[in-house]
Design a protein around this ligand. Structure first.
Ligand SMILES: [Zn+2]
Length: 423
């Protein structure tokens, strides 16, 4: 049975390559969200041929959704006719901008040796293609199975997933009574199981000042100098503290196994002049300065403590600087998530990796978030991992590529998971 299943994947090598190329050739750029309907229609045709019932769902009302750039998603379901679990493969179909530095056609899907090039090849149209081939091979090689299989391709993961997985999860598409196992074929590589991700908190800090003439700064109050004091406090007291906080989560790369903080941006005083403006700036004391903070926290930390810690930094600065006031604004937060290593999808995938690759699976956690956050938090479904072909460091890079052999091997792993969970 199992050798037949593995050779059914091998027999589909040309189909796997063609499918990945076709998907790359549909430029689903986000922003702004181009060709979402086209890629969903393409997938619908393919999956209807396999007997799937297909729903095309527009995330009406989601951020970014408009008649010009509608947020289309596809959810396809195949019932065996026998009771059993549902295994769901979820891929995002959007890709990030092309950027500079390409030597290949970003939407050509060019095959060169073992590599297929293009924007989204690695993140994550290669994974989407591998999961479809896994399902097609499983169906061809397995006359008798039970339960159901779902394949979804969803919008906007690259911009938060609110027009994709979050929207579907809010409508019950990832409810544990409907779906029992989820694989997200993100490019974590074929020998690694990604259990989850760290938490995120984005905040804006604004320091307040008073505008005055730049030649008489003593008549004003500089919001930039106040921010300088805030940054110094962060530099000398918060960064060293964060570096001491280590997680038990197997985050890759290992430098991300501690709490981290990035200052995404800083803006203060007079606005930047438009490009091409040749005049001089005006002399003013800055009455406002803002930074955006990106704090990544660990499963061992509580988000309320993370927020209180920053507020304490600001209050310490306030204690030393008469007249200093600030506002702290919450922008966005995501709780850390980590699927249990003993959960069925992890155990089944680990066994399949061992069988296909002849080595033990590596367990990792992602430094940044992906759509698992919505499946966990909105869908309340815990039995979810990211597993798929492709090298994570190639994602969003020029000359992004995915390896054909890597796609084929991970398709075998996914096919064996179906065999394990549905027969
Ligand atoms: Zn991705």
């Amino acid at each position: 049975m199992m050798p037949a299943l593995l050779s059914a994947v091998d027999a589909r090598r040309a189909s796997l390559i063609g499918l990945a190329q076709d998907l790359i050739r549909i430029p689903t750029l986000n922003p702004p969200g181009r060709n979402y309907r086209e890629i969903c229609d393409y997938l619908a045709n393919r999956l209807i041929d396999q007997g799937f019932a297909v729903e095309l769902l527009r995330a009406t009302g989601a951020p970014g959704d408009s008649d010009t750039y509608p947020r289309w998603n596809i959810v396809a379901r195949l019932e065996s006719g026998h009771p059993g679990d549902c295994v769901h493969f979820n891929s995002h179909h959007d890709v990030v901008e092309v950027g500079h530095g390409w030597t290949r056609d970003p939407f050509g899907g060019e095959l060169d040796g073992d590599r297929i090039y293009g924007r989204g090849a690695c993140d994550m149209k290669g994974g989407l293609a591998a999961s479809i081939i896994a399902v097609e091979a499983f169906l061809a090689a397995t006359p008798e199975w039970h339960g159901s299989i779902e394949i979804s391709a969803t919008a906007d993961e690259e911009s938060g997933g609110y027009g994709g997985v979050a929207w579907l999860a809010e409508r019950g598409y990832f409810a544990p009574e409907k779906v029992q196992h989820v694989i997200i074929p993100e490019p974590l590589h074929k020998d690694r199981i990604c259990l989850g991700h760290r938490g995120v908190w984005w905040a804006e800090v604004e320091t307040h000042g008073r505008i005055a003439h730049g030649s008489m700064p003593f008549l004003g109050d500089s919001a930039i100098r106040h921010m300088g004091a805030v940054l110094e406090e962060i530099e000398h007291h918060l960064y060293p503290l964060l570096a001491t906080r280590q997680t038990s989560m197997p985050v890759v790369p290992p430098q991300a196994r501690q709490s981290t903080l990035n200052i995404n941006s800083i803006h203060g005083g007079e606005a930047e002049p438009p490009d091409g403006y040749t005049g001089l700036p005006a002399p003013c004391v800055a009455d406002r300065c803002r930074i955006i903070l990106d704090r990544r926290f660990l499963i061992e930390e509580a988000v309320d403590d993370v927020k209180a810690e920053l507020r304490a930094v600001l209050d310490r600065v306030q204690g030393r600087r008469p007249g200093f006031t600030y506002t702290l604004r919450d922008l966005f937060e995501v709780q850390p998530t980590q699927t249990d290593r003993d959960s069925p999808i992890v155990r089944s995938t680990a066994a399949a990796i061992e069988r296909v690759l002849g080595q033990l699976a590596d367990y990792v956690v992602s430094p940044g978030t992906y759509d698992q956050k919505h499946i966990d938090r909105i869908g309340r479904l815990k039995n979810c991992i990211a597993y798929g072909p492709g090298l994570l460091h190639l994602a969003h890079q020029p000359d992004e590529w995915v390896g054909v052999q890597d796609m084929a091997d991970s398709a075998k792993v996914m096919a064996l998971v179906l065999h394990d969970l549905l027969t």
